[in-house]
Design a protein. Structure first.
Length: 298
């Protein structure tokens, strides 16, 4: 019988250790542990560390509201699927909240409002035609971004192919890219970095990120305490507070392609009385006009 070489045994052992480490990293939260995630590329956080700091502070507030015995951890994610597979609650980008059926518990506020008016900001361009085939930056969410730009923002009047869309990991990075001369324009809310750019035109209001319940396995009483803690949380950051849940259905409807049709005014009804269509001989009969002078006889 052949025996395995020591090197082969070592490789096999290392392989099992790698699998075990992956399983530990992917394990779901314990019953006494909650994960509060954040995936909101269009939120105006200054940096990834600022984003993590915000969700960690929110997690600490929730932990205090739940009392002892439950550990609450804040974590930043790079995709919705990653967050949905790990966290029980999360701050979710409005584009993703509009396209998914997660329970929305609250809507973030910026300057006290639950939505912001987005615009197309440019550098070195004064109108839309000047941006044809130019690089236009946007925050990539993976939640139907092209439909958001083409239909929700541009109302299906300009195809996305009109530009050279340039995807960025976050909205602040997209704005910075334009300010530094990398791209010529950006679709964004009114952030601090847009002050040095030219606003070509507004493209409509977009709701702020949503706080959603990702897992249906959380006890209802715990979920109610989490919601109350979120609504009472306020911090000077990209998001300054939370209000009752807004509907994201309107944004979802705007992301569908629009077909514009001409509108015809209804015809005005004209009612004719009998004397209007009958001519009584000798009574008010109109005189026959003389038209001979309009003809020339050869």
């Amino acid at each position: 019988m052949r025996t395995k070489m020591p090197g082969q045994k070592m490789k096999k052992m290392v392989g099992w250790l790698v699998v075990a480490a992956a399983l530990v990293a992917a394990r779901p939260a314990r019953a006494d542990e909650l994960v509060i995630g954040i995936y909101a590329p269009t939120a105006g956080f200054a940096s990834s560390s600022d984003r993590l700091s915000y969700v960690s502070a929110l997690a600490k507030a929730i932990e205090g509201a739940l009392g002892g015995g439950t550990t609450v951890k804040g974590q930043s994610f790079s995709s919705l699927s990653q967050m949905a597979g790990t966290a029980q609650f999360g701050i979710l980008d409005p584009l993703c909240a509009a396209g998914n059926k997660y329970t929305v518990m609250a809507t973030a506020t910026v300057n006290g409002k639950t939505e912001q008016t987005w615009a197309l900001y440019a550098k070195g361009a004064s109108n839309l035609p000047a941006l044809k085939d130019k690089a236009v930056a946007y925050a990539k969410t993976g939640c139907n971004d092209q439909a958001f730009i083409e239909n929700a923002l541009l109302e299906s009047e300009v195809p996305a192919s009109f530009f050279k869309l340039s995807a960025k990991d976050a909205i602040t990075g997209a704005v910075t890219d334009v300010a530094s001369g990398g791209s010529q324009a950006v679709f964004a809310p009114p952030l601090g970095g847009t002050k040095g750019l030219t606003k070509l035109f507004d493209v409509g209001s977009v709701p702020n990120p949503a706080f959603v319940q990702l897992s249906s396995k959380v006890d209802a009483a715990v979920a109610a305490k989490v919601k109350a803690a979120v609504l009472g949380f306020a911090q000077r950051s990209a998001l300054d507070g939370w209000k009752g849940a807004e509907s994201y259905g309107s944004l979802a409807g705007r992301m569908g392609k629009r077909t514009k049709r001409p509108i015809f005014a209804p015809p005005q009804r004209i009612r004719l009385a009998d004397p209007d269509v009958l001519e009584v001989a000798g009574v008010g009969a109109p005189a026959t006009p003389d038209i001979k002078n309009h003809f020339w006889a050869p």
